[in-house]
Ligand binder design. Structure first.
Ligand SMILES: Nc1ncnc2c1ncn2[C@@H]1O[C@H](COP(=O)(O)OP(=O)(O)OP(=O)(O)O)[C@@H](O)[C@H]1O
Length: 597
């Protein structure tokens, strides 16, 4: 589908505004052309006196024979025409510009809402900076086009039609001659446009590249500095920026040629009117007034066509951008949000994994996972890095869909539930939780409308976060910086936990990032786990085994399979991988047991 068509079908709600804006553009153009006609009338008055057009009563003449009265009427008409032109200029400007703003606002919001609903797998193959450039720059291009370009196109078409009508009424043969270049101009404009489209598409892709690079580098500044790779990264940006410059240069080569080529065609038409019209006037076949009108009108007809070059350019640039925005908006959502309502208040939190299998690509990440987690119990997953522990909980959150088997929550298949209902039932503390650029309190009460300070403080207490929060300069009101970068990794984790506790979900998932915690933190984790796991199903992905000693069941994972399971003591007695890992962490080494990473 053509981007303009996509835009029109998208902008259905604004059809009325489009119609009014178009009407204002047409009326404005009509008033804009009339002064040239008045020049002809003025010449007619002074040359023909009481036999002028205004003196006649035929063909809409006014029958005013007194030349002084004719001039006064001319003056009045002139004021009315200019007044009308200015008034409609104002109306069209307000209408088109507001339309641009409204449409841009809607498109940005809709596209953002849509992007939020796309599944995680989509983002793995996308660069955030590129998405940013679509959501921001590309959507802004639409404003530029609707602000000026749309009105310009309508007015060029209108003036061509109106001026041609006057021409044909006054002198058909001259009209034909002066209009001869118009088809050539239009064909030329289309020819150029076709060549411009792919070039501007390349420009947008290159703009996305620059944005992606910048975004990537700004996020990785600490690493760039630590590795002293400022020069290396500046060269990356230089390459991307150079790509953008070159893509633009290719577009500029074509777009700059349009105006001169169109001008040459206009020149031919204008010269023809001057010479042939003059010859007709000299031979008495064309009135002096009509000749002067035609000369002016030729300019009025043909000159705006040079604007066509500018419009064609702007149009192509905008279409390339709108196309990208529309494509993003039309990207299918592969994990649908719709499903059976699952009220969180009624959720118990009983979980079952039945023969679940999953792979991100070719190799299986999880194989034949069978689990039953009774409501309210605490279970832990341990195992070497990359064994599939986080993937398991991501399937539960439906970030991905299992390739085999099924997952049930309170006996209901999770892929049949409303996605947000399911996720509302789960509190998820990820390894790298997202913190916003707000205060500590904002982050704990994230996404909740009416939450009291007391509730926030209680959640912080349960997460063992109160101590460090109180040491911050403004306590709960301290701003923590983008992504919480003014806090330590452990502190961020505590805040994320407090946030999950405040949500009070029937299921809580804690994905521990590391086993590298000091004894004090370890004790704090243990204490908060005791508190937060009460009355809810709790899943802990643990690296530090001592923190999950009390779990109702511990699952050991290896290569996407569960290899051992049971309570801590039972697993130690088995003397398998868990026992080996335990000995490693508690300092008891054994030479003949396999030690997981
Ligand atoms: N988005 C992804 N695309 C492709 N492969 C992935 C993706 N996420 C994880 N993997 C791979 O899947 C495997 C399991 O990863 P997962 O994050 O579940 O491991 P984990 O047991 O939680 O590890 P860790 O203890 O280090 O957090 C790894 O080999 C990893 O490389």
């Amino acid at each position: 589908m053509h981007p303009l068509k996509k835009l029109f079908s998208y902008a259905g709600a604004y059809r009325r505004d489009f119609r009014f804006a178009t009407l204002y553009s047409i009326v404005n153009k009509f008033f804009d052309i009339l002064p040239e006609v008045l020049i002809g009338v003025a010449v007619d008055i002074v040359v023909n006196g009481d036999k002028s057009f205004l003196a006649k009563q035929v063909l809409g003449g006014f029958g005013i024979t007194d030349t002084w009265h004719q001039l006064i009427l001319l003056g009045v008409l002139n004021v009315m025409i200019w007044g009308g032109e200015s008034f409609f200029e104002y109306l069209l400007s307000v209408k088109w510009r507001n339309l641009a703003q409204n449409l841009q606002h809607d498109l940005r919001l809709d596209t953002y809402r849509h992007v939020q609903k796309l599944e995680m797998a989509y983002f793995e193959n996308q660069r955030t900076g590129n998405l940013m450039s679509i959501l921001n720059e590309d959507i802004n291009q639409m404003e530029r086009f609707l602000n000026g370009g749309a009105n310009q196109i309508i007015q060029v078409v209108c003036s061509s039609i109106m001026v041609s009508a006057v021409f044909f009424a006054l002198q058909p043969s001259l009209a034909l001659i002066s209009l001869l270049p118009v088809p050539a101009i239009l064909i030329g404009a289309f020819w150029f446009q076709k060549r411009l489209a792919p070039r501007y598409a390349e420009v947008r892709v290159a703009a996305g590249d620059v944005s992606a690079r910048l975004n990537n580098n700004l996020l990785g500044l600490a690493t760039i500095k630590a590795f002293a790779t400022e020069g290396f990264e500046a060269r990356h940006i230089e390459e991307a920026s150079d790509g953008y410059r070159k893509a633009n240069a290719r577009a500029i080569r074509v777009s700059s040629a349009i105006t001169p080529v169109i001008r040459m065609a206009i020149l031919a038409g204008f010269t023809a009117t001057l010479v042939y019209g003059g010859w007709l006037t000299l031979h008495g076949e064309l009135a002096v007034g009509a000749y002067s009108v035609l000369v002016f009108l030729t300019q009025r007809l043909l000159w705006p066509l040079t604007g066509l070059a500018e419009v064609a350019d702007m149009y192509q640039r905008s279409m390339a951008a709108i196309d990208r925005a529309m494509d993003l908006l039309n990207t299918p959502i592969n994990i649908p949000y719709e499903g059976r309502h699952f009220p969180v208040e009624a959720a118990k939190g009983e979980l079952r994994f039945e023969q679940v299998g999953f792979s991100y690509g070719e190799t299986p990440t999880l194989t034949e996972i069978d689990l039953q987690i009774p409501a309210g119990k605490t279970v832990a997953f341990v195992g070497s890095t990359g064994s599939g522990k986080s993937t398991l909980v991501k399937l539960l959150l439906r970030f991905y869909t299992a390739n085999a088997g099924q997952i049930l929550l309170d006996g209901q298949r999770i892929d049949e539930l409303n996605l947000q209902d399911l996720r509302r039932a789960i509190g998820y503390v990820a390894q790298d939780s997202f913190l916003t650029d707000g205060t500590v309190a904002d982050n704990i009460g994230y996404g909740m409308d009416d939450v009291s300070d007391a509730d926030i403080a209680a959640a912080a207490r349960a997460a063992e976060a109160t101590e460090f929060i109180e040491k911050l300069p403004l306590g709960f009101a301290t701003r923590i910086g983008e992504r919480g970068q003014k806090l330590s990794g452990g502190q961020r984790q505590r805040l994320a936990l407090a946030r999950a506790i405040l949500k009070n979900p029937p299921i809580l998932i804690l994905d521990e990032a590391t086993s590298a915690v000091d004894n004090e933190t370890e004790a704090a984790i243990q204490r908060s786990l005791d508190v937060v796991s009460r009355n809810r199903t709790t899943i802990v992905i643990a690296h530090r085994l001592s923190t999950i000693r009390q779990a109702d069941c511990i699952y050991v994972m290896e290569n996407g399979r569960i290899t051992e399971s049971g309570r801590h003591e039972a697993l130690l007695a088995q003397n398998g991988a868990y026992a080996a890992l335990w000995r490693l962490q508690t300092g008891e080494r054994s030479a003949n047991t396999a030690i997981p990473a």
